[in-house]
Design a binder for this molecule. Structure first.
Ligand code: ADP
Ligand code: MG
Length: 381
């Protein structure tokens, strides 16, 4: 189904977190109405939706309702069952498509897809049973990171392991879930690329984002990444090729490792079939944000231009910042070229993404210094 869907129509989104919420805002700004489906009665996107269905993602009557009342449905995260997306697609336009989500929502099929298509990834093996830990060759992936094959995010569901004893304990701690054991890559840095691809194969690529993580969670994105043009071009090219190989329609992000080897090898870490935290800078620094592209791809419109007009730093704000109560937002708001984004979540828990701010400056280094000063002032409160 490739019908253009025009403003005034009702769109649906599965998931009511901050990504869903920023999709709702982008769609409403363009004149669409949005129905949100989320199991939590009080979600950021659910609260601002034109219609909110509070139900599980597998609730048949809820899915029937959303597909009946929406011209098109998208998702905010990859853990929606691909079968659900497939069933919905019989009734309305759905992107991302079930097949792409099925491939990338499981680390094993994701890695097989990448390896089969010639993309470089970290060496890995699959651990399905405790016996697999005794298999010869597991040592080749140590030191490594043991990751559950499904439902991991923000560093959850993964453990760093140095040796065989660690590995055994980690597999137990992950409840013997099916896992991949990935060799630890000495990192020079991490980068990511967001691309939008339309149902007709039009592609718009965002600049490369340089990402710093703390405890497996994105902390800061620096855009454009401070890498050579040739490395940036390669990362963008690989992200495009991945979107093409998946015949993907929607917004997709590819996370990369740049290894600390002499040649700075570029490895694909993972694929997110949705807008990505490292693409939030596009809200304030690009002609078209990644969420507007999500609306455009879903509605089968032509894509917006991705050009970045100002260098930007995105700083994530986690629930830990709330340890002494509400932070003093004046530390952010007093800066004339810093944009505050709060997700209006009701409870601040450690490690929970509560908001971010974006600092803009024609000099990337100045923006970085300002953003770090703001981050430190917030920490001191
Ligand atoms: P998530 O789904 O939680 O984002 P990732 O696989 O992206 O999981 O891992 C989170 C972070 O952990 C990465 O961004 C990186 O900083 C670190 N990491 C993961 N795998 C490796 C690896 N094989 N080598 C080095 N660092 C890694
Ligand atoms: Mg990741």
């Amino acid at each position: 189904m490739r019908n253009k869907i025009m403003p005034g129509a009702m769109l649906g989104v599965l998931g009511g977190g901050q990504l869903g919420s920023m999709f709702v805002t982008a769609a409403q700004k363009m004149g669409y109405f949005v129905t949100v489906l989320d199991p939590s009665p009080d979600s950021p996107a659910g609260r601002i939706a034109d219609d909110f269905i509070c139900a599980n993602y597998t609730d048949q009557s809820a899915l029937k309702k959303i597909s009946n009342q929406c011209a098109a449905v998208t998702t905010e995260f990859e853990n929606i069952s691909a079968d659900v997306l497939e069933a919905l697609s019989a009734h309305c336009q759905v992107s991302p498509d079930a097949a792409s989500v099925r491939t990338v929502q499981n680390r094993i099929t994701e890695k097989q897809f990448l390896a089969t298509n010639g993309f470089t990834i970290a060496p890995y093996c699959v651990i399905r049973h405790a016996e697999d830990l005794l298999t010869q060759g597991v040592d080749n992936y140590l030191p490594g990171i043991l990751k559950v094959s499904q439902f991991g995010y923000d560093g959850k569901g993964q453990k760093r392991v140095e040796n065989a004893a660690d590995l055994k304990l980690a597999f137990e701690a992950l409840n013997h879930s099916v896992c991949v054991l990935e060799k630890l890559i000495p990192l020079n840095l991490e980068v990511s690329v967001v691309v939008a691809r339309s149902a007709t194969g039009q592609i718009e690529i965002y600049p490369v984002s340089e990402n710093q993580h703390v405890n497996g969670i994105l902390d800061i994105s620096i855009v454009p990444a401070r890498i050579t043009t040739s490395l940036a071009n390669r990362a963008q090219m690989v992200a495009c090729q991945i979107a093409e190989k998946l015949d993907y329609c929607g917004v997709l992000c590819v996370e990369f490792f740049v290894s600390a080897t002499v040649n700075g090898e570029l490895l694909v870490n993972e694929i997110a079939p949705r807008p990505h935290n490292s693409g939030h800078y596009s809200l304030d620094a690009c002609i078209t944000s990644q969420f507007e592209q999500q609306v455009r791809t879903l509605c089968r419109l032509s894509l917006g231009e991705t050009t970045q007009h100002t260098p930007a730093i995105m700083v994530n704000m986690l629930g830990d910042l709330w340890h002494n109560g509400e932070p003093n937002w004046n530390h952010v708001l007093q800066h004339s070229s810093t944009k505050l984004h709060l997700y209006r979540k009701t409870e601040a828990r450690p490690g929970r993404k509560m908001g971010h701010f974006i600092t803009l400056n024609n000099s990337l280094e100045t923006a970085l210094q300002q953003a770090i000063a703001i981050k430190n002032s917030l920490n001191l409160n």
